[in-house]
Design a protein around this ligand. Structure first.
Ligand SMILES: NC(=O)c1ccc[n+]([C@@H]2O[C@H](COP(=O)([O-])OP(=O)(O)OC[C@H]3O[C@@H](n4cnc5c(N)ncnc54)[C@H](O)[C@@H]3O)[C@@H](O)[C@H]2O)c1
Length: 250
């Protein structure tokens, strides 16, 4: 691994498992100091322990102002600045899939509250620390589900479409501070976490529709994240970049 994010302070939300855990490991391997921020404190602590002294585990509920503000205080007291954020936390592997007309308002709201309000609150709370960085970059995690039209997923796809729109809007408002904002949009990516959101038959069909006929892994996403958080991408902002093995969807 290289040193493209050497000594950068990067907050990764939802880093206790899956793709977020892979981001945390890769960034630490590239020299960053990583804040492993997650609702699940036990698993976040385990990931920070796997990484070692360059990682700090913090329990946070990204959907709650006071919790996100507390994260900002801990990170500010520890590092005094934030150079990068990966807004990765989401209700994903635990999501209840059903036709949208069966979704309750509460089921709709909780997904929007975590997946969309979460990144908004995180960026808002960490903005003073981002401004203290010489080259801050934010990566929001969207989803190619936005273009797939797969049934049972409307609350999720709506939240991730919101993430894309928010990325573009934020990139314009934060440009004057030289803070960049981009979305990484993964297609179905296999992690260590079992989930009911993709049946084996659906996964097979997805792989067949890709130019590169294999399953996506979290490592397919981590190189792009390092690039977007590094100074190699200083003129790239407001973009949504799909990592989907060449699947056509637009
Ligand atoms: N895995 C895929 O196929 C895939 C595809 C496209 C997009 N994504 C997106 O990638 C990201 C990571 O996916 P994953 O597969 O690792 O998901 P996952 O469900 O395995 O992990 C999500 C993590 O977020 C944490 N989290 C949930 N609610 C939280 C809250 N309120 N506050 C703080 N942390 C919270 C969970 O504890 C968990 O550690 C998500 O944004 C997901 O929507 C995943």
């Amino acid at each position: 691994m290289g040193t493209r994010v050497q000594d950068k302070v990067v907050v990764v939300t939802g880093a206790a498992q899956g793709i977020g855990r892979a981001f945390a490991h890769r960034l630490a391997g590239e020299g960053a100091r990583v804040v492993v921020a997650d609702l699940n404190g036990e698993k976040a602590a385990a990931v920070a322990a796997e990484i070692g002294p360059s990682a700090l585990a913090v329990v946070v509920d990204v959907s709650k102002d006071e919790s996100v503000d507390a994260l900002g205080s801990v990170v500010g007291d520890t590092y005094g600045r934030v150079d990068g954020i990966i807004n990765n936390a989401a209700i994903f592997s635990t999501i209840q899939m059903k036709p949208f007309w069966e979704l309750t308002t509460a089921e709709w709201d909780v997904v929007q509250t975590v997946n969309l309000r979460g990144p908004f609150l995180i960026v808002k709370a960490l903005l003073p620390l981002l401004k203290a960085s010489s080259a801050a970059s934010i990566v929001n995690i969207g989803s190619d589900a936005v273009w797939e039209g797969r049934g049972g997923y409307l609350h999720y796809t709506a939240s991730k479409a919101g993430v894309q729109g928010m990325t573009f809007g934020m990139s314009h408002e934060l440009g004057e501070f030289d803070i960049r904002v981009n979305t990484i949009s993964p297609a179905a990516t296999q992690t260590e976490v079992p989930r009911a959101t993709v049946s084996p038959a659906q996964l097979e069909a997805m792989i067949a529709a890709r130019a590169l006929h294999r399953v996506a892994t979290p490592e397919d996403l981590t190189s792009l994240a390092v690039f977007l958080l590094s100074e190699e991408s200083v003129f790239i902002t407001g973009q949504t970049i799909s990592v989907n093995g060449g699947k056509l969807h637009r």
